[in-house]
Design a protein around this ligand. Structure first.
Ligand SMILES: Nc1nc2c(c(=O)[nH]1)N[C@H]1C(S)=C(S)[C@@H](COP(=O)(O)O)O[C@H]1N2
Ligand SMILES: [Mo]
Length: 197
């Protein structure tokens, strides 16, 4: 079959019941925020840490930059391969604020009180990034400008757009989709789509 080779190549990379797309769908609940002035934006990093900080956009851009290429998987069934993200590593942020032993979860807070939760081990993964650019261009407002999370090993709803806060917490706090029927963890390779999966 003509497409045999492509399928073979992607099958181990693409989780079950996902279709690869070359478009970049926009998906979210609520409104896209627009900033006329970057002084309106800041990122608060707080909770179970010794040295909480608030970063402005320029400060984020001045921190050590990382770039990763990886695949993303949306719970609605699309996957996108080889997406390139640039930003700051979650690990370096955790080191910077000196996370306490008591921190077990990270709650990501976005505009309009949207949130999502991940275990601290997942936040600390090498591939976990706070990205300001996609394919070497600044994020568009629809895709999360000025800063979004990218956790490629989990369904893409965990990758919060329009970040405003990173909270290290001793207790888990399910976020918007997790409270509305989605799985608390969301491993695409185990098809952890809904609460009961
Ligand atoms: N703040 C915020 N981030 C969000 C969402 C949202 O509703 N609000 N939706 C998530 C979902 S379900 C997906 S699939 C991805 C989509 O990102 P994209 O629009 O850049 O493709 O963003 C995630 N991040
Ligand atoms: Mo999604």
């Amino acid at each position: 079959m003509y497409f045999g080779k492509i399928k073979e190549h992607t099958s181990s990379r693409v989780p079950p019941n996902q279709n690869v797309t070359t478009t970049f769908p926009v998906l979210h609940y609520g409104n896209v925020p627009y900033y006329s002035d970057m002084d309106q934006w800041s990122l608060q990093i707080f909770g179970e840490v010794h040295s909480p900080i608030t970063l402005g956009y320029d400060e984020v851009l001045k921190l050590e930059q990382k770039e990763y290429q990886n695949d993303i998987h949306c719970v609605t069934g699309w996957s996108k391969l080889d997406t390139v993200w640039t930003g700051i590593s979650c690990r370096s942020i955790a080191q910077r604020v000196e996370v306490k032993e008591s921190a077990r979860y990270v709650i990501l807070h976005a505009e309009e009180d949207w949130s999502t939760n991940i275990p601290i081990e997942d936040f600390m993964k090498e591939s976990s990034l706070l990205a300001h650019s996609y394919n070497h261009e600044k994020l568009t407002p629809e895709h999360g400008f000025p800063l979004r999370a990218v956790f490629p090993h989990l369904y893409f709803w965990k990758s919060a757009k329009w970040l405003r806060g990173i909270e290290f917490s001793a207790v888990d706090t399910p976020g918007f989709w997790e409270r509305n029927g989605y799985h608390n963890y969301g491993d695409p390779f185990k098809e952890q789509r809904f609460t009961w999966d």
